[in-house]
Design a binder for this molecule. Structure first.
Ligand SMILES: Cc1ncc(COP(=O)(O)O)c(C=O)c1O
Length: 446
């Protein structure tokens, strides 16, 4: 029986029984307010490891069987349900893959979740450049020859690849993984935004590259409940991965979230093609000179729009059409069409975008930061807070990341430059949340 069916059956079978186990809401009996807000069915199924339900920390029963089935769907050696998002998969992979104090190659557009992995292992990150589109001010794809060269010169044992970028730009993943494998490097693919790939008109599915570790952000891009995700692995012995997952995972995972991951894998396999096709068609109506259209493989269900006063335009789109974008910066708006988006819901406002003037941003690619200390040494060092404008030349003691999407501009241990101060100041003025920046400034190594 599938995990989601089993969960439902368990909840039904025990309705009316005397629940003397966690959680304290007892299926809603002890907290009718939850039922009123979230619905009876969900609250009854809000269970964690009890009775015949398995233990995610070391699955032996229904979770183990479900993970095996999911691994089979992707042709992977192992699959691990992630109760805490792609972040948990990135951290556990880094933990499992990195020898103490090893070197890890990270892309410039790496998500902040990698930091926890670096902290656990004490690894030294070396960042590799990722191309950029100046007009839209976004990352595109890494230069693979350069990456290969860097692996040779640093001897890095682990390489993390972000596939695709937040805005959906993909690159030849299989070839990259193969080349890196030939060089002896362990590969981690962070596919938080690519779990719906592999269907007609979409880039290659990340799982098909069979990297050593592949993180699929099923809640972000596949349709699962937040924050359900999946880690696939080709390693022989999965025990260290499981240990890593336990280190950063709750001991009370949400069963509805886990079941939604299993259900999403099933749905994507059975009817993903149709659902992705619908969103591709709907998003296809959003075109014109203001719409990001990178050459080569990219996600056609994401649309990035350039508009000079993006917050004002976004406000207009909301007032007139009820549109809620993924992300609004000072000059761009990112729209994610997800799965099964009806084309007729785009028609009323497609023209408003088609008629926008051409994108004319001019954002030079961000420079690579200079690493002075490992993130671990920097975060554990004595620190002081200084006003941002006085931080030039100092070594950051924590990360500084505009969020979303949580791509750090500065990692702990990197030197803060004039460029970082100017960029952070502009982003903060534009209303963006900057993790690590408060009204008193930033923390630097004393
Ligand atoms: C590339 C990338 N990796 C990992 C993550 C973390 O994902 P989650 O929020 O599921 O933990 C994100 C989140 O935005 C991301 O953009």
């Amino acid at each position: 029986m599938n995990l989601w069916q089993l969960l439902e059956q368990h909840a039904e079978r025990h309705t009316g029984d005397v629940r003397l186990h966690l959680p304290a809401h007892r299926g809603g009996d002890g907290m009718p307010e939850l039922v009123a807000v979230f619905g009876e069915r969900y609250v009854r199924q809000d269970l964690t490891e009890v009775g015949e339900l398995d233990d995610l920390a070391e699955p032996r029963g229904v979770l183990a069987a479900s993970e095996r089935e999911v691994a089979g769907v992707y042709g992977a050696r192992h699959a691990f349900f992630l109760s805490q998002g792609s972040s948990q998969g990135v951290v556990a992979s880094l933990y499992a893959a990195t020898p103490p104090g090893g070197i890890v190659l990270l892309p410039q557009n790496c998500h902040r979740s990698a930091l926890q992995g670096l902290l656990l292992t004490g690894a030294r990150p070396v960042f590799y450049p990722v191309g950029g589109d100046r007009r839209f001010g976004v990352f595109t794809r890494p230069d693979l020859d350069h990456l290969e060269q860097l692996q040779r010169t640093t001897g890095a044992g682990v390489v993390l690849l972000v596939y695709p970028s937040y805005e959906g730009v993909a690159f030849p993943l299989r070839e990259t993984v193969e080349r890196l494998r030939q060089l002896g490097a362990t590969t981690i693919v962070d596919a938080a935004h690519g779990s719906h790939f592999g269907h007609r008109g979409l880039p290659f599915h990340p799982a098909e590259a069979h990297a050593d570790y592949t993180v699929l952000g099923l809640h972000k891009s596949g349709g699962a409940l937040t924050p359900g995700a999946l880690l696939l692995s080709e390693v022989e012995d999965p025990s260290r991965v499981r240990e890593g997952l336990r280190l950063v995972g709750t001991s009370s995972p949400s069963y509805p979230v886990l079941a939604s991951v299993a259900l999403t894998v099933h749905v994507l396999r059975e009817t993903g093609e149709r659902r992705v096709e619908a969103s591709r068609e709907a998003a296809g109506l959003i075109r014109g000179p203001a719409v990001f259209a990178p050459t080569g493989a990219h996600d056609p269900t994401r649309r990035l729009i350039y508009v000079e006063d993006a917050p004002r335009f976004a406000e207009k789109l909301y007032r007139r059409f009820g549109i809620l974008p993924e992300y609004v910066s000072t000059e761009t708006i990112l729209l994610l069409f997800g799965l099964g988006f009806p084309t007729e819901r785009v028609r009323p406002w497609a023209r408003a975008i088609q008629e926008l003037p051409p994108a004319r941003g001019d954002v030079p690619p961000p420079p690579l930061g200079e690493g002075v200390l490992t993130p671990r040494d920097a975060m554990l060092a004595r620190r002081v807070r200084v006003p941002l404008e006085r931080a030039v030349g100092e070594v950051a003691a924590s990360l500084l990341a505009p969020s979303p999407p949580g791509i750090p501009l500065v990692w702990p241990g990197q030197r803060i430059t004039e460029w970082t101060v100017a960029t952070l100041t502009a982003a903060a003025r534009g209303g963006q949340v900057i993790l690590g920046l408060s009204s008193e400034g930033v923390e630097v190594v004393a």
